[in-house]
Design a protein around this ligand. Structure first.
Ligand code: HEM
Length: 423
């Protein structure tokens, strides 16, 4: 039936207690609640902490299908209560027309244009820079014997990496770092300050894009991603300046907290599993990369950064997993639940870095499949390999029970990850 709220502990449809969602215990380990939902209420209307009602889809088969279902729109105008969902600050900053808020044919057009500039080849060419950034960050604490891997490592790496790639001058990158810090601290909470800082970033990007566009004429050789975006053309079609601004915003926004959390959650999972970690360390010591590559995919499946895919809205009444969803209702696909579905994965709660047949949904599925996946893989593989190689006896610096998870809706990640190691 429709909505019996989230905080209630009434009898569930399949018997037993409905687990409490979005509580503190849930944030530290949502997987038992997701197992319950998959089994008893795989498509369930729920009241989110913001008060918005949405359907949670938790089974792998339903999730995969929903991600590719074009009747589920990404455009918030289809929500019965528009304005209540989405990325904090994007509406008031005039940044609504980016990939995560649009459907075909507009989405097809923008995605085609960005794909001409943000190519796997550009990412591969960036590998030495990611290694350099990674080493520089590890240098900053390597002598100390302890660090907070979130603040000192996982947090700065992706923001500097994407700024470099875009072509944000080094002297301005700390503004982006401050902005990113604000977004992860307040992304799920009060929106006023966030809206102001999103506006500031928008203004900065607009100016930078404008400047780069003017100077392209002088020497068309600039090879940063912003210049690539300006030059990108498809049968004579180009991004407008406003589209380029929204594109840079979504690249920044979609790419930093996700990557922080892949490095954070992934390192944490390895530190808690000495056997798997030892396998990875000896494979790295032997100069192999195969286990690192399958391992980072497995870390994404096992405890990925995107707990719920970004918003979707039913444009028409439709059925998912036998459940009727009325037009106008938001649908949230719970990637973290789907990726632990025993109907799809053998021993889903076991970390198996060598797992074969790992078609996880951590990067989504269908036309909105993560555009930044090649960059995310590069960063996470570099970060994890370098940490385990340079700090071979890396260990948790606190009891796991003392760790706290951020309470945001879409993302899953640690606030801090204190570690110790021999300097
Ligand atoms: C889309 C995950 C890193 C850019 C997505 C989606 C997921 C995802 C699940 C689909 C959302 C949906 O369908 O609702 C991740 C994860 C990352 C990561 C787990 C890191 C581990 C990045 C990076 C960038 C990026 C580094 C860019 C620099 C994007 C963009 C989209 C997207 C632009 C929207 C694509 C579209 O709508 O066509 N990502 N992402 N992501 N991601 Fe990522």
């Amino acid at each position: 039936g429709r909505g019996d709220g989230s905080g209630d502990r009434a009898d569930g449809p399949g018997g037993g207690l409905v687990p409490e969602l979005f509580s503190w215990e849930f944030a530290s380990d949502p997987y038992p609640a997701y197992a319950w939902l998959r089994e008893h209420a795989p498509v369930r209307r729920t009241t989110l902490p913001s008060g918005v009602e949405a359907w949670l889809v938790t089974r792998y088969a339903d999730a995969r299908q929903a991600l590719a279902d074009q009747r589920l729109s990404k455009n918030p105008a289809h929500h019965a209560e528009p304005g209540k969902t989405g990325i904090p600050g994007e509406r008031s900053a005039g940044l609504m027309t980016h990939l995560l808020n649009i459907d075909p044919p507009d989405h097809t057009r923008l995605r085609r244009l960005v794909s001409k500039a943000f190519t796997p080849r550009r990412v591969a060419a960036f590998a030495p820079r990611v290694q350099e950034l990674t080493d520089r960050l590890i240098d900053s604490f390597a002598e100390r014997g302890s660090a907070d891997l979130i603040h000192e490592f996982a947090f700065p790496l992706p923001i500097y990496a994407i700024c470099d790639m875009l072509g944000v001058p080094a002297e301005d990158q700390d503004d982006f770092r401050d902005w990113a810090g604000m977004m992860i601290r307040h992304g799920g909470g009060p929106r006023g300050g966030v809206a102001r800082s999103v506006k500031k970033i928008r203004g900065y990007l607009a100016e930078l894009i404008h400047r780069k566009r003017e100077s392209l004429g002088d020497d068309g050789t600039e090879d940063d991603l912003i210049s690539g975006l300006i030059r990108a053309s498809d049968h004579g079609d180009h991004l407008t300046e406003a589209e380029a601004v929204a594109m840079c915003f979504v690249l920044l926004f979609a790419g930093f907290e996700t990557t922080i959390n892949l490095i954070g959650n992934g390192t944490y999972a390895l530190l808690r599993d000495p056997e798997q970690r030892a396998l990875l360390q000896s494979s790295l010591a032997a100069g192999e990369t195969g286990l690192l590559e399958t391992g980072v995919e497995e870390l994404l499946r096992y405890d990925g950064p995107v707990e719920l895919a970004t918003w979707r809205y039913a444009t028409t009444g439709l059925t998912i997993g036998g459940q009727v969803i009325p037009a106008g209702d938001p649908v949230l696909v719970v990637l973290a639940a789907a990726d632990r579905d025993p109907d799809r994965f053998d021993a889903p709660d076991t970390l198996d870095l060598a797992r074969a047949d790992n078609q996880h949904l951590g990067y989504g599925h269908g036309i909105h499949y993560c555009l930044g996946a090649p960059l995310a893989r590069l960063e996470a593989q570099t970060a994890i390999a370098t940490l385990l190689t340079r700090l071979p006896d890396l260990r948790l610096g606190v009891d796991p029970g003392e760790l706290r998870w951020r309470g945001g809706l879409i993302m899953r990640g640690l606030r801090m990850l204190p570690v110790e190691f021999t300097p």
